[in-house]
Design a protein around this ligand. Structure first.
Ligand code: SF4
Ligand code: SF4
Length: 505
């Protein structure tokens, strides 16, 4: 057992209003520099949609993450070690600037300085790459936002591939059209494709909190991390000649403040807390069959109240403050205790450490001929509008493609619990439900009144102190404070205090 601490985030997607405040807060702090114009370390996508960079989920195109080989082991999809060296000058799996978008600004000066004329002066779009006016803007970091480009763009979403024609139609029909928002930052993975793909060994994971960082000193601009990351969350700065990525605002965390995206979030959808996990399970966890990935990742997260885990954590140098934070962690509750937050695309096998509560949407059921579609449904079922999974507007298979590597049962169980919360609270507050219906919902959600109240409380009424439970990180006690993390990396995995047996990966 090798217990380590990780600072992790949960996004509650039903609360995201797609305002992009998080993206703008991040951009103002970190990517408002030369060479970073096109970068959005935090971006918010509309789903279904192709995202940013476009079709980033299509690993046939980008070759990110890991795949399971015939030998049962996982291998980088991009290349093996030898190919990595022989093809070091040739990497065809990179997104182009068109896959991101050509960044632009506007000629605001013209609004003030245009000569008097018959027409209102306009601020033309100007490319931030060429400096020339742009007549046609054809892409942006959230081009599908609020149906801006749908179905032209949304229909190219790779998660739709497994849906039937009928299910796809149902998503795109005007008046029934359905979408939700997906904020994305680097997942600070436990088995990061970016780290494994980097020939310069410039990327490392901090020991005390799991934040994945790129050494600007060591980076040699090979850009393999950009392909190796299946989430496309490392970016190349053309001006500095180095790759960059989300740093989870570690300078803010070190002084006891949450990341800017968290702090500015209008919907208060984000929760930040500590998880304790067993690093000995990483390789095995990343190698299980697709349908077991979510459960295996959950198993890796350990009970912070278990005396054996606490002792192992202390032996690894984890501070009392971190252990206390893990015991009070909102992320632990959502991910492990209530099991309603899931990792994004676990089939990429990087073991992402950010989690999502899938959205219920205001109305769950789809309609047919102007009424809720109850055709073929068992009469025993709960009221259709709020509870129908069988006839959901957003097909469960789509959610499973995003959050459970296609395991429909896993996502269904999350929804059954969320439905139980909704029905229980509606019965309490607005009435209209029989006790038998409430009992059925609780039984289907495998939950009880006490848990439902706790989920409701943390979802709807949490204070700032309940959403952000991370102690100011004690850099003075971190191994990197007295040793270079990159020197330590090859010897002992990443930044642990005590030298441990050499790992195979
Ligand atoms: S999401 Fe972050 S940690 Fe994971 S592979 Fe991508 S850049 Fe690396
Ligand atoms: S600030 Fe919060 S609510 Fe707004 S888009 Fe970002 S995650 Fe969603």
């Amino acid at each position: 057992m090798d217990i380590r601490a990780h600072v992790s985030m949960v996004f509650h997607l039903d609360k995201c209003i797609g305002c992009h405040t998080c993206s703008v807060a991040c951009k103002n702090i970190w990517t408002d520099r030369k060479g970073t114009e096109y970068m959005w370390w935090n971006n918010v996508e509309t789903k279904p949609g192709t995202g940013y960079p476009t079709q980033w989920e299509d690993q046939g195109k980008y070759k990110g993450g890991w795949e399971k080989g015939k030998d049962g082991k996982i291998h980088l999809r991009l290349h093996n070690r030898t190919e990595g060296l022989t093809n070091i000058f040739y990497n065809p799996a990179l997104p182009t600037i068109d896959d991101y978008y050509e960044p632009w600004t506007y000629d605001y000066e013209n609004l003030f300085n245009a000569p008097e004329g018959d027409d209102q002066p306009t601020a033309r779009a100007v490319s931030m790459i060429t400096g020339k006016p742009m007549d046609n803007i054809e892409a942006g970091p959230n081009w599908d936002d609020d149906l801006g480009g749908s179905p032209l763009y949304a229909s190219n979403d790779v998660n739709l591939d497994k849906l039937t024609e009928d299910e796809r139609e149902q998503l795109n029909e005007i008046e029934r059209v359905v979408f939700f928002y997906l904020p994305r930052i680097c997942n600070h993975c436990l088995n990061p494709g970016c780290v494994a793909a980097c020939p310069a060994g410039a990327i490392y994971k901090r020991g005390e909190d799991g934040i994945v960082l790129i050494s600007q000193e060591k980076c040699r601009a090979w850009r393999m991390c950009i392909s190796g990351c299946p989430y496309k969350k490392t970016y190349y700065n053309w001006s500095s000649g180095k790759s960059e990525k989300c740093i989870l605002c570690f300078p803010r965390l070190e002084s006891g403040q949450p990341p800017a995206c968290f702090h500015s979030c209008v919907g208060r959808i984000r929760y930040l807390g500590v998880l304790l996990y067993d690093a000995d399970q990483i390789e095995q966890c990343a190698s299980v069959p697709d349908e077991d990935l979510v459960a295996a990742q959950r198993d890796m997260i350990q009970d912070p109240f278990d005396p054996e885990i606490i002792a192992a954590a202390k032996a690894n140098g984890i501070s009392d403050a971190m252990i206390a934070a893990a015991q009070n962690s909102p992320v632990y509750k959502f991910v492990k205790k209530w099991q309603i937050a899931l990792p994004l695309h676990p089939e990429f096998r990087t073991l992402p450490m950010l989690y999502y509560v899938p959205p219920m949407l205001p109305v769950l059921a789809k309609t047919k001929d102007g009424n809720y579609d109850i055709e073929g449904l068992d009469q025993e079922n709960l009221p259709t509008m709020l509870s129908s999974l069988e006839k959901a507007r957003m097909p469960i298979k789509y959610m499973a493609s995003l959050f459970s590597a296609g395991n429909v049962e896993e996502v269904e169980q999350v929804y059954r619990k969320l439905i139980a919360v909704r029905i229980f609270k509606r019965a309490q507050k607005v009435k209209g439900y029989q006790q038998a219906e409430v009992d059925t919902a609780l039984a289907q959600g495998k939950t009880d009144a006490e848990e439902v109240e706790a989920i409701f409380r943390l979802t709807s009424l949490p204070t700032y102190e309940e959403r952000f439970v991370v102690p100011p990180l004690g850099r003075e006690s971190a191994v990197e404070a007295w040793e270079r993390p990159l020197d330590r990396k090859r010897e002992a995995g990443f930044g642990v205090r005590n030298k441990i047996a050499k790992r195979k990966f």
